[in-house]
Design a protein around this ligand. Structure first.
Ligand SMILES: O=C1N[C@]2(CO1)C[C@H](C(=O)N1CCC(COc3ccc(F)cc3Cl)CC1)C2
Length: 303
């Protein structure tokens, strides 16, 4: 009788057999979340979270989208949250894209006739863009909240970028410094929630991870002209973590006939976790936009 192998456990020591999960192409266990509407779903929405955080931070947004009878799903990327992998370490940025496509294909198997949308924030925006570029006709629309398209000179200073490129060969694990929580939002409660969240990685960003982000930024710049799907981009003017210039570049470069950019003056990076007046407006904007696209995509009419 082969010896019973001990069950795989999450970084928080919970057996994956007790958690919703998927196993990626490298055999790594990824924690998944599903927000299923009460009524038959009209569309699928995949949410891609950002660097260092986890998909549980999108519960409010996902719950709101289920109100439109949308079936929302997400997972914690490798090296994040309740998924396996060294914290904020990835062998190649494409792993995030590959795993996202795997999860999307998995959901489409059960719902082959539903339109599919993506929603990505920050690094998750970069993942969404590259995922859409890899499957140009698969998606009915994409919502990007402060996407990483151009590295902010605050977060990726020229010194950091140079250091990262040089040090990646000799000290790939050297820290480039942690994400400044005060740059995430002006909402002190949200900053507190971020800093006290045990599933958020508060350690520094490794040189090797910074290199992967820069590789993604370079690939996105080359890939934007391939995009033709409907896009809604939302960005705060003073964003110090992902430069709004990236969203302007997207608007000037994609081939999508249907593209909308909403700019929020004075709002910081996580627009969905900003001051109430901003986040309320952002949620409304996303709901209205995606509701219109779902109807246009021919999903079952809204009951
Ligand atoms: O609510 C939220 N939002 C979060 C956290 O919690 C923000 C975070 C997120 O994804 N980014 C913010 C930081 C940025 C750093 O970028 C770099 C750093 C060094 C480097 F060498 C090259 C680059 Cl590009 C990447 C994108 C998700």
């Amino acid at each position: 009788m082969p010896e019973e192998s001990s069950p795989r456990r999450s970084p928080q020591n919970i057996p994956y057999q007790d958690l919703p999960h998927m196993v990626n192409a490298d055999g790594q266990y990824l924690f998944c979340r599903y927000w299923k509407p009460a009524a038959p779903p009209r569309a699928l929405v995949f949410i891609a979270h950002g660097a260092g955080e986890h998909c549980g931070r999108y519960d409010d947004l996902a719950q709101m989208l289920t109100g439109l009878n949308l079936f929302v799903f997400a997972h914690d990327h490798v090296g994040h949250g309740q998924s396996e992998g060294d914290r904020m370490v990835v062998s190649d940025f494409h792993v995030f894209v590959r795993d996202s496509l795997q999860h999307i294909e998995l959901m489409k198997k059960d719902h082959p006739d539903l339109p599919v949308f993506m929603l990505g924030h920050s690094m998750g925006g970069a993942i969404s863009i590259l995922t859409a570029c890899e499957r140009p006709s698969e998606f009915s629309g994409m919502v990007l909240i402060s996407p990483l398209i151009v590295a902010s000179p605050e977060a990726a200073t020229p010194i950091k970028v140079f250091a990262a490129k040089v040090l990646n060969f000799v000290l790939p694990n050297l820290s480039l410094g942690a994400i400044d929580p005060n740059m995430v939002s002006r909402n002190k409660k949200e900053v507190e929630s971020y800093t006290s969240d045990p599933l958020v990685h508060h350690g520094g960003m490794k040189v090797s991870f910074g290199i992967q982000l820069m590789n993604a930024v370079a690939k996105i710049e080359r890939s934007l002209p391939k995009l033709t799907l409907p896009i809604l981009v939302l960005h705060g003017s003073p964003d110090k973590l992902c430069d709004i210039k990236g969203s302007y570049l997207l608007m000037d470069t994609v081939q999508s006939p249907d593209k909308t950019l909403k700019v929020y003056d004075e709002a910081y990076h996580a627009l969905h976790k900003e001051l109430p007046e901003v986040s309320t407006a952002v949620f409304k904007e996303i709901l209205t936009w995606i509701g219109q696209k779902v109807s246009a995509a021919g999903g079952p009419s809204h009951t």
